[in-house]
Design a protein around this ligand. Sequence first.
Ligand code: NDP
Length: 275
Amino acid sequence: MSTNEAILYNGVKIPWIGLGVWNEAREDATEAIKFAIKNGYRSIDTASAYANEEQVGKAVQESEIKREDIFITTKVANSDQGYESTLTAFEKSLQLLKMDYIDLYLIHWPIEGKSLETWKALERLYKEKKVRAIGVSNFEINHLEELMNQADIKPMLNQVEYHPKLTRLELKEYCLKHSIQMEAWSPLMKGQLNEHEILKKIAHKHKKSVAQVVLRWDIQSNFVTIPKSFNKNRIIENFSIFDFELTDQEVEEIFLLNQDEHLPPPDLSNFKEYL
Ligand code: NDP
């Protein structure tokens, strides 16, 4: 396991950077994942809803790295939320991945009236040691409060949309107070930040790309990050962020770019049967 890891409150280590594998076009992710692992990635972020857990499993099995040295995150889909249905969905994810445990299992989205039951199922899976850590995704402060009022085990991580135009200071402070690790999805704002003048200026100074600056800012602001790329050059580029450091002033300058701007919802026309 790489030394570049965050530590969850239960002691489990998660690499600061992993490969995100959601893609709207439903391209096969297998070769990209194998290439990423070969080039140092040790963490893959998938979800039942991405319909590619089988590809993730295949890539890990065909890689030269041992299963226990790769950190696998998957998520229970909205349509599977509830106690029994989550336990069934978890077994299906294991089968597709051809694995006997998951490193991090997340509730993909909060669903009123259901997420608590889903969480109880995650707690059971954690107590049975079928998952090394459990957490949530897309939970705001009110969702976390409601969950933690009833939970035996606090979420270990919250995966949310995070990039320089959406910096989520209040949520971050709340999670920090409760020892919940933050993780950034769409950290590159899906490639929309590449021409940003201030980011370009900082990138130029460090002889790095805008993407590398943004990913470095993620980890310096204590967010685990999971950029998606299926392109060989960009897979390597995104991982090359451990040989430079942003100054405190640059980190602050990037925080000032916040506009509370969320990405529009994705096109799910290729995914109707899963969501
Ligand atoms: P990202 O912000 O990671 O951006 C991905 C896009 O940016 C792709 O089009 C990619 O193209 C391009 N890109 C990647 N690297 C670079 C680079 N160095 N320079 C320029 N362009 C680049 O968006 P995602 O929405 O994919 O988010 C990342 C991951 O987060 C997902 O894959 C998924 O695992 C997770 N996620 C979780 C959600 C949740 O609800 N929990 C919701 C959304 C995402 P190319 O492949 O051609 O390089």
